[in-house]
Design a protein around this ligand. Structure first.
Ligand code: HPA
Length: 247
């Protein structure tokens, strides 16, 4: 049976169009997830919601317990995970408030618990990550966006940085040389952990701002909030379309 989980990011700590049926407090071998899981229905289909940064947006990207979050979603029966990630745009075609469905990742994070296969795991386990996002789910997102008339970039390489500070211009230039199009702080290790537990995982990236040096001046938090407000309206509408497509 299909159960879609939605991990909300910055700008999406609550899912207004989820008809809530119950809350579930979870404990995992890795500690507690960011918040109780919220079960409900979206577009007439069961779904479960987890705000990555906690209900009050109190947990910064480097301190999220990604292992507990992914473990809890698997444990509650999720088969698919739609992650919502705020990003900065490295390339100018991606306007603030627009959406992208990344298909590749480069991981620049460090010091985060990034695997379920610890030092005592015998035999050693290596997980394929050639295509880091679940193509079935990505295609469903692409189709739902097309049907809903939402413009969205259908390919993008996501650079996962450590945060919580934004990047320097030189760092963004380096990410661009590396082939990245968008930059965010929460894409990893989340995607890798989901793959380790064989969850079908894809991301809706919401462009919050031009990355450092890609617009005049410094990064403005007020502009980010405005762009996320606009972007999250689209995300909610997209979720209403895509969740019923996954049954
Ligand atoms: N850099 C990293 N993460 C982000 C950004 C950014 O510019 N905007 C939103 N999340």
């Amino acid at each position: 049976m299909t159960l879609v989980a939605i991990i909300g990011g910055s700008g999406l700590t609550a899912l207004k169009n989820l008809e809530i049926t119950r809350r579930e407090v979870m404990r995992t071998p890795y500690g507690e997830p960011s918040a109780p899981l919220i079960h409900g229905r979206i577009g007439g289909q069961s779904a479960v919601f987890l705000p990555r940064h906690g209900h009050g947006h109190t947990i910064p990207p480097h301190a999220v317990n990604y292992r507990a979050n992914i473990w809890a979603l698997k444990e509650t029966g999720a088969t698919h995970v739609i992650a919502v990630n705020a990003v900065g745009a490295i390339i100018p075609v991606l306007a603030s408030g627009s959406l992208a469905f990344p298909d590749q990742i480069i991981d620049y994070t460090y010091g985060r618990e990034h695997t379920f296969f610890g030092n005592d795991q015998k035999p050693v386990t290596h997980t394929d990550f050639t295509f880091p996002y679940c193509e079935e789910l990505r295609q469903a997102l692409i189709e739902a966006a097309r049907e809903g008339g939402f413009e969205a970039a259908e390919h993008a390489t996501y650079a996962a940085t450590q945060g919580p500070r934004f990047e320097t211009i030189a760092e963004i230039n380096r990410l661009e040389r590396d082939g990245a199009h968008i930059v965010g702080m929460t894409g990893m290790p989340e995607a890798g952990l989901a793959r380790e537990l064989a969850l079908c995982y894809a991301s809706i990236a919401v462009v919050a701002n031009p990355a450092a040096g890609r617009a005049a001046g410094i990064i403005s938090l007020r502009e980010i909030e405005q762009a996320l407000d606009a972007g999250m309206g689209k995300v909610r509408a997209l979720l209403e379309r895509v969740v019923p497509m996954l049954r």
